[in-house]
Design a protein around this ligand. Structure first.
Ligand code: FES
Length: 143
């Protein structure tokens, strides 16, 4: 069996929604302490709907594929749905990632949550800190 699914290869080779949104409503930048990879997520939000999303990922192929898939999963969706996106859902949508690459998908979840937190903070909107969650517990998905 190939190490990476066709979907992972496709999103790695042709990542969707790459770039920057000027005047984004929310920007989130996260890094993975293990590998040093960095991901930035830009959100445009209109009437509580993610009308546009773009990302820049300085990282491995799995991180690029994960961010690309994550943007596809939240584009056009209400903020409440984007908040619930988990790294597992991103990995499943990619038809799986090797176990030792699951942490790369965590970056995508954290980047979206960080951008949403920025959006809430900028607009003075109260939010449930648990939903935007502190540290991801890798033991439940990685290794
Ligand atoms: Fe760094 Fe994949 S190895 S995010």
């Amino acid at each position: 069996m190939a190490l990476y699914s066709e979907k992972v290869m496709d999103h790695f080779r042709n990542p969707r929604n790459v770039g920057v949104i000027e005047n984004a409503d929310g920007v989130g930048e996260v890094g993975n302490a293990k590998c040093g990879d960095i991901m930035t997520m830009y959100l445009k939000i209109d009437n509580d709907v993610i009308s546009d999303v773009k990302f820049e990922t300085f990282g491995c192929g799995s991180a690029i594929a994960s961010s690309s898939m994550a943007t596809e999963l939240i584009k056009g969706k209400p903020v409440s749905e984007a908040l619930k996106l988990t790294n597992k859902a991103v990995a499943e949508a990619l038809d799986g990632l090797p176990a030792y690459k699951m942490h790369c998908s965590v970056l995508a979840e954290e980047a979206i949550k960080s951008a949403l937190k920025d959006y809430y903070d900028k607009n003075g909107i109260a939010y449930d800190a648990d939903l935007l969650g502190g540290e991801h517990d890798c033991e439940h998905c990685c290794e």
